[in-house]
Design a protein around this ligand. Structure first.
Ligand code: AQP
Length: 331
């Protein structure tokens, strides 16, 4: 039997290059080897204030973005999370085997709650819903960026606690963290690239060329170079994006050359930025073209409904087993 993987993304804005290198391209690469379920996690998105009309269209837009990046709905079950409401039933059950103390240690909650005027209970219990997303499909692996590793550790603890209280049932999901798992903001390389930090802190996968060029040209580097000097975080981040793009294109020679110039203290940052822009656009242009074609095809909602039907069949099996183990309902 093939192993199953689950991963998710919030429909809270446009897909960015951090999401792409850290997560989405890995999801696309895993489709032949694993049974993949990918969720556009709209239940997660409502833990902070979000406009209802925007949310629904953002979920559909995210599905198009993901398919344009290579997620093939024939090989991957692609869903909008709330189309399979069983996620929330399992989440409630799992909250009973989740330690309150563990939840208080989640750094994402600390960061996000500090930015909110109104801090919802949903934001606090977010990692329990995340555990439910994964365990509902009895997934063995979860391909994620580094920022999600702590949450995944908690999912593993929740699975262990459920298994010890109700009998061995859930596999303990393993994190799959690949290259590109921590792409930083170009404007402030001390924070991760993210949609919520603001427009200047991310490069959108579907963003227009002129705007991407501008963001890369104004990326923070450092003031000067000496031979053998340590790389500043901004320069390291540019090299990371260059190398990831070059590897995908199958020619890393420019990256190697520029690295050796850096070691010798002769690197012009404008040349590095031009190389990043050119290689990145070689990756993004075909994705953007494909996105327009998929949108014109006009069948994305149908695709998502089909995904939800396939996902619900797995979810129904899991929740029936869980209800029986826990002793819920009349049977
Ligand atoms: N900068 C990043 N580098 C590598 N991987 C990343 N991921 C997110 N940011 C980076 C990975 O992308 C997947 C989806 O994550 P998400 O839905 O939480 O998206 P986000 O970009 O983190 O969303 P926001 O709105 O930008 O969130 P915050 O508020 O955290 O800034 C995950 O696998 C994630 O690891």
């Amino acid at each position: 039997m093939r192993k199953r993987v689950f991963s998710g993304i919030q429909p809270t804005g446009t897909l960015h290059v951090g999401n792409y290198f850290g997560a989405v391209r890995n999801w696309a690469a895993m489709q032949d080897e694993y049974d993949c379920v990918i969720g556009i996690v709209d239940y997660h998105a409502i833990t902070i204030d979000i406009d209802p009309d925007e949310l629904r269209s953002a979920s559909i837009a995210m599905a198009l973005d993901l398919m344009a990046c290579g997620i093939d709905p024939e090989r991957t079950i692609l869903i909008v999370q709330s189309d399979v409401p069983t996620h929330t039933e399992l989440s409630w059950i799992l909250s009973s085997v989740t330690s309150y103390g563990d939840l208080t240690r989640m750094t994402q909650f600390k960061d996000k709650s500090a930015k909110q005027e109104f801090v919802s209970a949903g934001l606090f219990t977010y990692p329990v819903l995340q555990a439910a997303d994964i365990l509902l499909y009895r997934a063995h692996g979860v391909p994620i960026g580094e920022d999600q590793v702590q949450h995944l550790e908690l999912s593993r603890r929740i699975a262990r606690r459920f298994n010890s209280r109700f009998g061995e049932y859930f596999p303990e999901p393993e994190p799959v963290v690949g290259k590109g798992a921590r792409i930083m903001s170009l404007a402030d390389p001390s924070i991760k690239m993210s949609k919520s930090a603001g427009e200047q802190h991310y490069v959108g996968v579907m963003e227009d060329e002129a705007s991407i060029r501008k963001k890369i040209r104004s990326a923070v580097t450092d003031t000067g170079l000496e031979a053998g000097a340590e790389m500043s975080p901004g320069v390291e981040n540019l090299f990371e994006i260059l190398e990831l793009s070059a590897e995908m294109l199958g020619d890393t020679s420019v990256a190697t050359e520029l690295r050796s110039e850096h070691e010798q203290g002769s690197l012009m940052y404008s040349a590095l930025k031009d190389a990043v822009f050119e290689r990145l656009m070689e990756i993004l242009r075909p994705i953007q073209k494909r996105r327009a074609e998929l949108e014109a095809a006009g069948n994305v909602v149908e695709i998502l409904r089909d995904g939800a039907r396939r996902a619900q069949a797995i979810a129904d099996e899991t929740i029936a087993d869980v209800r029986a183990r826990v002793g819920l309902g009349t049977g």
